[in-house]
Design a protein around this ligand. Structure first.
Ligand code: 0CJ
Ligand code: F3S
Length: 508
């Protein structure tokens, strides 16, 4: 790892001088300015002097396409498109480059770069901005194309410092002053790029299976999509349908409106209740407001609700193992208010006060760590030998399978990433399960959450995803890691899931 030297490519002489000043171990080469010189460099000196698999970073100035950016702002390209449409390069490792800059206290913006044949000025900037690009320069696409970055496996980064903006164009009176400041910034990004290059190398990626969406999450998302199709946007959803920022953002784009409480929903509108379940009080409130309710509560959560009612009817005190601020737990408590005590640890069990030690039952949140919950149940049995419980474990099949799959790859992983949002209980438990198996583990919402420092010296990388995390985000994380060098991807599937739940009649 990191045994290949970084080559930094600087287009203009003035950039080359500044960048050389910032380099410690990198080779800094001058390519010349513009597409023709960049292509000629790639075909000639570039081929001769650059290690064919070594990491390359193009560093230089760029023009901003909107006034959101100002001179001195630093851009990390996540794609390059030439204005003639002939070259298009994805750079999925941009978040890793940005993380190396961030570790050095340098803030950057990730976005698409346009690569033009001529200096872009005036109205031409607005036209290019419409393509989605945030800045424009004149070399990177041709360098990437000529040096093999388009074929994958060759680490390639583009970091540009904004020199001019639509309201402060190049060769205005601001240019000289800006140039001095910008040259300092060019020098400052080289050491972080050397750090990024340290993490470049070949890797094995182990994908835990099963991972990502469970049957309850698939169903919940489908319910919202079908409700929008059937009843038209907006369809209101109480709370996050599942605890994942990407799922929520995607459904918002399609016409879902997420609310915290039902009083934000107009009378008579359609509202979907999230997968984690609600207290009966919420259903009564929906009735009182005349709302059309579509219930996306996972059937496995509904099962825990009916167990709570069953034990409450038999006059048991109920101990619910779970996290008292979690929506699922709040919903379950609502089934038997005053009867349920929540415990999150064996120590909590010692503090419990019950009416009759022979009439105590336990239930669990569906997304707990199996090993942790087992310890708590054991302590409950020690205190209450006649403890009653559910007929079958409440921790759901999907939670158990994902934990088993993480356990299966943990021993072989130097680092393990769990894709999932920070408020996803089952995703967080996967991180803890991995850590208890002795592997460094990190929860990431997607590639933007990755830190290149975590990948230094990590040859074997395990990846899993919580039940609410889309597989597309897993693939983006894989692509980001593959931007550091060739990867071998292996799936390790401990069990094949074939669970599905029927849809509610309103959206069948
Ligand atoms: O409790 C559930 C119905 C699990 C839903 C899927 O996962 P997520 O992340 O939305 O929820 P947790 O925070 O409960 O894991
Ligand atoms: Fe249901 Fe378990 Fe998924 S409770 S929503 S199947 S994580």
């Amino acid at each position: 790892m990191g045994d290949r030297r970084l080559t930094v490519l600087a287009p203009m002489r003035i950039e080359h001088v500044a960048i050389k000043r910032g380099a410690t171990s990198a080779t800094v080469l001058r390519t010349g300015m513009g597409p023709a010189k960049a292509s000629a460099f790639a075909a000639g000196e570039g081929r001769r002097r650059i290690d064919p698999a070594g990491p390359i970073a193009v560093v230089g100035v760029a023009g901003a396409l909107s006034d959101d950016l100002k001179p001195g702002d630093i851009i990390v390209a996540d794609s390059l498109v030439s204005t003639d449409g002939k070259i298009s390069v994805d750079l999925p490792g941009a978040p890793l480059v940005a993380s190396a800059l961030a570790a050095a206290g340098i803030t950057s913006r990730i976005g698409p770069l346009s690569c033009a044949h001529v200096i872009i000025k005036g109205d031409a900037r607005d036209k290019l901005a419409a393509s989605g690009a945030i800045a424009v320069e004149m070399e990177s696409a041709w360098l990437a194309d000529g040096l093999g970055a388009t074929e994958g496996g060759r680490p390639f980064a583009v970091v540009r410092v904004i020199i001019d903006t639509p309201s402060h164009e190049l060769f205005s009176r601001h240019t000289i002053r800006n140039f001095r400041m910008v040259l300092g910034k060019l020098a400052s990004v080289v050491a972080p790029l050397e750090r990024w290059a340290e993490a470049c190398g070949d890797r094995d990626i182990l994908l835990a299976g099963p991972r990502s969406f469970c049957a309850g999450v698939e169903r919940a998302i489908e319910i919202v999509e079908r409700a929008i199709d059937r009843f038209g946007a907006p369809v209101y959803v109480r709370r996050q349908i599942v605890h994942n920022s990407h799922v929520v953002a995607d459904l918002e784009r399609r016409g879902a409106v997420f609310v915290e409480e039902l009083d934000e929903v107009p009378p008579g509108a359609t509202v979907v209740l999230a997968a984690h379940g609600v207290s009966p009080m919420v259903r009564s409130e929906a009735d009182a407001r005349g709302l059309q309710v579509i219930d996306a509560t996972c059937p496995l959560v509904s099962k825990v609700h009916s167990e709570a009612r069953r034990f409450a009817d038999r006059d048991f005190d109920i101990v619910l193992i779970g996290h008292d601020d979690h929506e699922e737990v709040i919903g379950t408590i609502g089934e038997a208010p005053g009867r349920i005590s929540v415990v999150a640890s064996a120590e909590d069990v010692d503090r419990l006060a019950v009416r009759d030690p022979d009439r105590v039952a336990y239930l669990t949140q569906t997304t707990l760590a199996v090993d942790e919950a087992d310890g708590i149940v054991q302590r409950l049995r020690e205190r209450f030998p006649n403890l009653a419980g559910p007929r079958r474990e409440d921790i759901c099949y999907a939670t158990q399978n994902r934990q088993e799959a993480v356990t299966a790859i943990a021993a072989e992983s130097d680092v393990l990433f769990v894709v999932g949002s920070a408020n996803s209980s089952n995703s967080r438990r996967l991180v803890e399960v991995a850590e208890r198996r002795g592997v460094r583990a990190h929860l990431v919402d997607g590639p933007d959450g990755l830190d290149v420092a975590w990948l230094e010296k990590a040859v074997s990388v395990g990846i899993s995803a919580g039940a609410s995390a889309p597989e597309s985000k897993v693939q983006e994380v894989v692509a980001a890691i593959a931007s550091l060098g060739p990867v071998t991807v292996t799936e390790r599937t401990v069990v094949v899931e074939d669970v599905s739940f029927p849809l509610p009649s309103l959206v069948k």
